[in-house]
Design a binder for this molecule. Structure first.
Ligand code: UGA
Length: 435
């Protein structure tokens, strides 16, 4: 099929590349001419495992191309995906400026029946606004608006897209339903469902899914904090709970709070949507509250350990990205931790396999960026683990102990076995487990 994807951020780029991979002809559009030129030269603008191979292959074989010319893409496409940013506005609700702006342009450009798909995470009711913007200059039989929320995770985005647990399609048009079914069938050969519903329900599904996952995380973070107080081990509790098939094992890991470009924004936006309809979504307020607390949990622990003496101490952070396998630092708990440590007069040394350039752009020489994890630990008073990169999972503990000036570790991701750490002579503080 002939596809256009407007917006080449994380979602747009993965969507376009993966649709090309199943044989569709895809044109990706972006207003950023520099970025488009670089992509034409074969440069993938984001770090995402597996994307580069697919990007290169499909571009070489002519199924994936890039332009700044929206009209060219519109003339090519039977289906146009809108994968545009929806940043939180001043009041926490999603800013629809980009989406409605492009919809208004499309209204002047579409000349034959086209399906316009909202791929971005947009509040309930946006589909109708897009419909109204398109109808401004277009006859209603020339288009349908579909909501098709994306559930991919950064770091495993390509795999998530190619093998989705489910595809959610919101539409009331059987013609659009048929096009979307044809497009997505190759991705659900395993038998996973394409779930059709109305546009509003599809929009809500995305917020409900992300907010529920964020709720699980905040809930487990509170269980972990309480485990520390009562002397229980959250790892055991997690396994005990997760083995109940009604609960499930995944997404029950306590840590330093959720970050990234999705959960914080989406939880806030759903709470805001509720507020706009005079409904107070009490659980979400608590979820956000817990997360604000948890992302500073490691900094709190370090402050409690050193008290006034933290001034002048050197703290090493392993991991900066909000999670492994990405260079994304948006809402990363590590940044909140750095701010607190610097404010307390501590020095910060750090290593992250992918995210250091992004953090350096924000902090410059206020933070020391190192070549590897041992160099980062050299001479430091303690180590704090912020991101569970695989390379941190089995370090050479003798080497680490030799590098640190004191064998003190605050582990925000519960990477190591408690007993072994004590035997190895470390002061080892993790989340929800007591030595
Ligand atoms: C999330 C959702 O998982 C995707 O399904 C969704 O499509 C995406 O948002 C989106 O809306 O675009 P993502 O933000 O890439 O994906 O990252 P996750 O892997 O979900 O992790 C989010 C945060 O939760 C991370 O900070 C992670 O460390 C934290 N987390 C996750 C925990 O603290 N504990 C867990 O058990 C799982």
């Amino acid at each position: 099929m002939n596809i256009a994807v407007v917006g080449t951020g994380y979602v747009g780029l993965v969507t376009g590349t993966c649709f090309a991979e199943t044989g569709n002809e895809v044109i990706c559009v972006d207003i950023d001419a520099d970025k488009v030129e670089k992509m034409r030269q074969g440069e993938v603008p984001i770090y995402e495992p597996d994307l580069e191979v697919l990007f290169e292959r499909n571009q070489r074989q002519g199924r994936l191309s890039f332009t700044t010319d929206l009209k060219q893409a519109v003339d090519h496409a039977e289906i146009i995906f809108l994968a545009l940013p929806t940043p939180p506005g001043a009041d926490g609700s999603a800013d629809l400026r980009f989406i409605l702006g492009v919809a208004a342009e499309l209204s002047q450009m579409i000349t034959r029946y086209t399906v316009v798909v909202d791929k971005s995470t947009v509040p309930v009711g946006t589909g109708e606004q897009v419909h109204a913007a398109l109808a401004e200059h277009l006859s209603e039989d020339l288009f349908d608006v579909v909501s098709n929320p994306e559930f991919l995770r950064e770091g495993v985005a390509v795999d998530d897209f190619l093998k989705p647990d489910r595809v959610v399609i919101g539409t009331s048009s059987s013609r659009a339903e048929e096009s979307m079914r044809r497009l997505y069938e190759p991705f659900v050969r395993s038998g996973n469902p394409i779930i059709f519903m109305d546009v509003r329900s599809a929009e809500m599904t995305k917020y409900a899914a992300n907010s529920y996952l964020a709720t699980r995380i905040s809930f487990m973070n509170e269980i972990a904090n309480l485990c520390e107080i009562v002397g229980a081990d959250v790892d055991a509790v997690r396994k005990g709970m997760g083995s109940d098939s009604r609960i499930g094992k995944r997404f029950l890991f306590p840590g330093v709070g959720y970050g990234g470009s999705c959960f914080p924004k989406d939880v806030q936006a759903l709470a805001r949507t509720a507020g706009q309809h005079d409904y107070s979504f009490r659980i979400l307020d608590a979820v956000m509250n817990v997360n604000d607390y948890q992302r500073l949990r490691i900094a709190d622990k370090i402050e409690a350990y050193y008290g006034e003496d933290l001034k002048g101490k050197t703290v090493t952070l392993w991991g900066l990205a909000f999670k492994p396998n990405t260079d994304d630092i948006r809402e990363a708990p590590a940044l909140y931790t750095i701010d607190r440590l610097l404010a307390a007069g501590a020095q910060v040394r750090t290593f992250d396999p992918e995210a250091m350039d992004n953090v350096e752009a924000l902090y410059g020489d206020k933070v020391v960026f190192c070549e590897d994890q041992y160099e980062a630990a050299t001479g430091a008073d303690c180590l704090a683990i912020m991101t569970e990169w695989s390379v941190f999972r089995t370090p050479n503990f003798d080497k680490l102990k030799g590098a640190l000036s004191k064998p003190v570790i605050f582990d925000g991701r519960n990477l190591y076995d408690l007993r072994r750490m004590v035997e190895a002579g470390f002061y080892y503080d993790s989340i929800g487990r007591t030595t």
